[in-house]
Design a protein around this ligand. Structure first.
Ligand code: GDP
Length: 478
């Protein structure tokens, strides 16, 4: 009724005349709703099922859609410094992996998996064991999306802190669901309700208060409630319907890589689609490789790795970079050609980067807006004080957003930090500074990443520029 701009009773009456008795609290099926709307001369379009389209990603092709199977979630831990990220990772690993695994856990591979029993079935969760969002953002800035779910650790005795808020912004910008671990519950000063209240101010509403964010009170030190946390991750992953096609050549991303004196170039690869096998020929970034041996996260030699699992791979002729993608080729000649092609390409793109053509600036966004190509304008806002922050956010909200939507990824008072630059680089955002400065290192980072940092001291000028860019009217800078 709201959409059709008629009173609810009007719809009830029309249906009654058709011999359908309903009351206002009932839900109509699509054909009935269409019939009513058409009687009112409103054209109804039924959106195509997005389900299938959504599953086609960088890693999954349309050809995989008929062979998709469930895969375990890949989880990253984020949160403020000292809130217990490392302790939580260690504690989960010790309680879950040490049982019956002989010494395998000394290995540091960049990722490990744990087994969790859920409704009588053994399931796995894969943890990326580089805590902190640096890794997360650095990878995303390179275009790699490896994390399915992020655990946000918040200490119950310290509450929401600057890096907590940053982590929330990063996860939101990446579209990654968050599960909150309210940690240090064993401490006397623990105040989980305060944590929940503070998180609400940042848009995370706990389930028990009617929201949709799962929050689990835990203690990384005593191990209390960790099982509950793991189970919640499984539940969230079920909603996400994570899947891949194990029956195809593997594809995925480099989690970390280094040169080992004894073993040569060693890389941890996360398989995101297909199955990786010993003997496979692959191209990693622009490196050619023939898989000589694979070692899993528990130190065992394995012959194959399925989707969502990470393995150390030996046999690369050079060291790839974290965040590089890899792909298995059935034809060795093609693989070598592809590696060469990528080498050329990366040389080219490096050249372009130095020429700063990758740079996303407010005026390049404006040019795209004038072509009608820009749908969203991403912003990171840093100001001198809370008051000006609120004033600017309030005014930005007032700008007409019919053509281009404004998305403020992160807004806070304070200096413009390197992490702000990372966030902007990962999301093609522009940074707006109001009466604030760049922290040490942030300027170089901005230049390196090609991030546009604009600095204002008059709110009107800031709004004028943003509005101009949204309307495609901003003059290009020389
Ligand atoms: P990170 O910086 O987030 O990785 O934090 P750490 O894991 O290094 O933990 C910071 C400090 O908090 C360490 O001294 C930990 O022992 C302590 N800590 C972590 N988790 C808990 C917990 O559940 N309870 C208590 N009492 N201390 C914790």
């Amino acid at each position: 009724a709201d959409l059709l701009c008629v009173p609810e009773t009007e719809i009830v009456k029309r249906l009654f005349l058709q011999g359908i008795a309903v009351n206002v609290t009932q839900t109509l099926d699509v054909p009935t709703a269409t019939m009513v709307a058409e009687e009112l001369e409103i054209l109804v379009e039924i959106p195509e099922k997005e389900e299938q389209a959504r599953k086609v990603t960088d890693m999954i092709d349309a050809a995989d859609l008929d062979s998709l199977q469930r895969r375990p979630p890949v989880v990253t831990i984020m949160g403020h410094v000292d809130h217990g990220k490392t302790t939580l990772l260690d504690s989960i690993r010790k309680t879950k992996v040490a049982q019956g695994e002989a010494g395998g856990i000394t290995q540091h591979t960049g990722a490990y998996h744990v087994d969790v029993e859920h409704e009588g079935v053994m399931q796995q969760i894969v943890f990326l064991d580089t805590p902190g969002h640096e890794a997360f953002t650095a990878m995303r800035a390179r275009g790699a999306r490896v994390t399915d779910i992020a655990i946000l650790v918040v200490a119950a005795d310290d509450g929401v802190q600057p890096q907590t808020i940053e982590a929330i912004s990063h996860a939101k910008a990446a579209g990654v669901p968050l599960v909150v671990a309210v940690n240090k519950m064993d401490k006397e000063q623990a105040n989980p309700d305060r944590v929940k209240q503070e998180l609400m101010e940042h848009g995370l509403v706990p389930e028990e208060w009617g929201g949709d964010t799962v929050m689990v009170p835990v203690s990384a030190i005593t191990g209390n409630n960790l099982d509950q946390l793991l189970e919640m991750i499984i539940l969230v992953s079920e909603v996400e319907e994570l899947s891949a096609n194990p029956d195809r050549p593997a594809r995925g991303t480099v989690i970390e890589a280094h040169l080992d004196k004894a073993r040569g170039s060693v890389a941890t690869l996360l398989v995101q689609n297909g199955t990786l096998r010993v003997g496979d020929t692959l191209v990693v970034g622009s490196v050619f490789a023939k898989v000589r041996a694979m070692i899993d996260d528990r130190g065992n030699r394995v012959d194959e790795a399925k989707p969502s699992f990470a393995v150390e791979v030996l046999g690369m002729n050079d060291v790839p970079e974290a965040g590089d993608e890899f792909e298995v080729f059935t034809n060795e000649k093609e693989a070598r050609a592809e590696a060469d092609r990528r080498k050329d390409e990366s040389r080219q793109s490096r050249l372009q980067q130095t020429m700063a053509s990758r740079r996303v600036t407010l005026s390049s966004l404006s040019a795209r807006a004038s072509e009608g190509e820009l749908k969203e304008l991403n912003l990171v806002l840093k100001t001198d004080v809370q008051g000006s922050l609120e004033a600017i956010l309030g005014s930005l909200e007032q700008l007409p957003q019919d053509e281009v939507q404004l998305r403020v990824l992160y807004a806070a008072p304070g200096e413009i930090a390197e992490t702000d630059i990372d966030l902007a680089a990962a999301s093609d955002a522009v940074i707006l500074g109001f009466n604030t400065t760049l922290a040490t290192g942030a300027r170089q980072a901005a230049e390196r990443e090609g991030v546009d940092v604009r600095d204002y001291s008059v709110i009107y000028n800031l709004l004028d520029d943003i509005q101009g860019a949204m309307e495609g009217l901003l003059e290009p800078e020389m």
